[in-house]
Design a protein around this ligand. Sequence first.
Ligand code: WTA
Length: 633
Amino acid sequence: MKFTSFEQYKQVYQHSIIHPEQFWDDVAKSFYWRKPWENTLNWNFTEPDIKWFQGAKLNITENCLDRHLAENGDRPAIIWEPNDPTEAHRVLTYKQLHDKVCQFSNVLKNNGAKKGDRICIYMPMVPELAIAVLACARIGAVHSVVFGGFSAQSIADRIKDAECNIVITADGGFRGTKDLPLKSVIDDALVQCPSVKKVIVLTRSRTAVSMIKGRDVWWEDEIKKVETQGSPECPAEEMDAEDMLFILYTSGSTGKPKGVVHTCGGYMVYTGYTFETAFQYQQGEVYFCTADIGWITGHSYIVYGPLSQGATALMFEGVPTWPDAGRLWEIVEKFKVNILYTAPTAIRSLMSFGTDIVKKYDLSSLTKLGSVGEPLNEEAWHWFDEQIGHGKCPIVDTWWQTETGGFMISPVANVTPLKPGYAGLPLPGVQPILVDENGKEIEGNGVSGNLCIKFPWPGMLRTTYGDHERCRQTYFSTYANLYFTGDGCLRDDDGYYRITGRVDDVLNVSGHRIGTAEVENAINMHSSVVESAVVGYPHDIKGQGVYAFVISPERHEDDDLTRKDILMTVTRIIGAIAKPDKIQFVSGLPKTRSGKIMRRILRKIAEGDTANLGDTSTLLDPGVVDEIKEGAL
Ligand code: WTA
């Protein structure tokens, strides 16, 4: 949706909340449906039961690929930049991407994939990852992408939860100086996963791998087979609007990650609409999102959102700091990138390398900037604005979640007046409210509270896979008739929203969501650990760091050795992204008489704010607090 003025945005916003169904009806009409819907929306937040565009038939890949072919088949759909700058980049036009998706769809079918099957994808950031995702969608299989940084145990948990029958992976992948042994990690995971019958392995790193007869096949061999079968076409499976499109696992406040479920129709409409609206995307612009497809940002804003709008999306295999901290700027210059969408962690980390390296590159092609994943602090905002945007690019600070499918609160580029540190105003169709502890609405401006959404939007999660009750409890039971985001938020005098961070036991480390309970479970797996408590603390670059308080009476002589062991355990159970930054050994944890850990106190100690620990008199053993304070790292 394009806007020419802030006034117009405000009018459309008003209309969208007074007549939401009419608003979404109009938005949805700009997509291609095989059969239109009978009902725009049926909903209640108690169950919850949410259905958008019921009765409609579609396939999301016809919107992302086929419908662009006639007029824009030769336009680049995906530009891919490899990890190593000396390797050649690749460009796939819409026509080429369409053909590759069809081919691989046929490969999936040849390997027994059917509509409704769950397929796990564990791949590096190469175009074949996008192709695999789209091929699943084309044949109506449900993809469950697992980020390449997760461990074998995490993959196994996710595969078992979704009962996947196929895994798509690669021999290995590259990220900076690291080689990721993807296939070997999958082999370790699959020892626990009898449901998996086929593993399709792409050649990327040429690392030696072992292939199991009857189970493992090479991507390239399978493509050759379909090539000799003749027609490269693969008709798209007809899907109901509410059929499942994908599962994506994300962390919550309990130990077990939950499978957030998105459906075909609503998610398509929402990602396409929000992509075009927030960035005010113009045909032909080169759009670079630095996220990994393993996270929701990559799903919604590298694959589905941009492609449904016929955009040119640049995907990058590597990391911003290798071979040096100029890598992103080099890519911007090389491909004349117009829109750069990245994360506060990346901005803060690049900031720390100074501006000399930035000045080596021509960034004049940039017209719009974006940020996602964590609060973008003002210092980083200004650096991004001045050094990268040269003061002429709006920064769209997009607030949203895996569960929301797409942007919720975000500036509209060149339309909404900006405020550093603020995500700003809700996009048309989105109805945020702030509530107090008891769920009472906090009205007016200049207030803060817990952020909820009071009316459905097409991109919202429908359930958590295999456990609807968990979905109800996590998001819809804290406050009656509201979707609870888990975020704290303030609304200033102009009605602008500023997200202040999670109010539950979820950490946001470098923009990655990590549940404290998950990390504790992993630490407790270590044989010498009796108990642990994990909290977050402010970290200059990562936003939040992970601080673990650990009771481990039988330690090595050398604490550092025990620490290393614990880090290895966490890496093995979850993945390196969840490794604690600090481990403090303690003899006890501050607990209430009923045995509950007082995290509030631990958080204060981790933050270094030991002067204001508040009331400790209700503790079972107040003495333990002094000991922890003294040993604080
Ligand atoms: C946080 C990522 C401040 C927030 C798309 C949310 C943000 C969680 C912003 C979701 C932002 C995301 N400003 N905080 N612009 N965007 N968050 O599911 O705490 O990985 O609840 O989705 O990230 O993380 P998730």
